[in-house]
Design a protein around this ligand. Sequence first.
Ligand code: HEC
Length: 193
Amino acid sequence: MIAKTTGWILGGLCAIMLAGVEGGVAQVEETGGIPPELVAEYIHAVIQADRSIYSTHVVEQLQGRKVTVAAEDWKERGALPLPAQMLQMAGQEVEGLGLGLRIRLTSLGPIYTKNGPADQFERVGLEAVAKNPRKPYTGVMTEGDRRYFKAIFADRAVSMACVMCHNSHPLSVKRDYKLYDVIGAIIISFPIR
Ligand code: HEC
């Protein structure tokens, strides 16, 4: 069962990669289309892995040396960007590719209001993942004549660096976060047919 599932996932990824090769010699197996829920899971898995590793093995590791290594004004201070800023910068890069793929970091009680929910769907989704962090909240949006799949994944305090900084930031509205609490959500959206 596991081998079969893994094979199917790898097959799906190969199909995505090969789909762009015009006249390629390799035969692409018919996958019947990958459901958008699964595409969002793949994208989220990569973002989440990068985010945990950056936070735990870079920021937290160095923060222990009593030097401010990651700071909001990292450019001026010659420090490292915050995990949130890493994600926001990556989101801008991705948006610049023109694929219609968007990645945002939000919260119901954000440090900055720009990071609050953009609409009712996001508000409801943020509430849903705060209650049930294991299950992403998903739906299909329409913008003009285009349809977008949107998935909201809980963003949890995966390291003590998240907890300490969010509990002590001057603009934080909540100051009692614990390890693994839901701080907000990662919102991923991309066009579908
Ligand atoms: C050293 C401080 C610091 C650390 C460490 C940190 N954050 Fe943040 N976080 C911030 C700041 C400041 C912002 C606002 C950044 C902006 O929008 O420019 C933010 C933004 C966010 C947001 C968007 C909502 C908001 O509050 O504006 C979420 C969700 C979030 N962080 C979760 C996390 C998680 C999860 C971690 C650990 C993986 C983490 N943060 C680590 C300071 C920190």
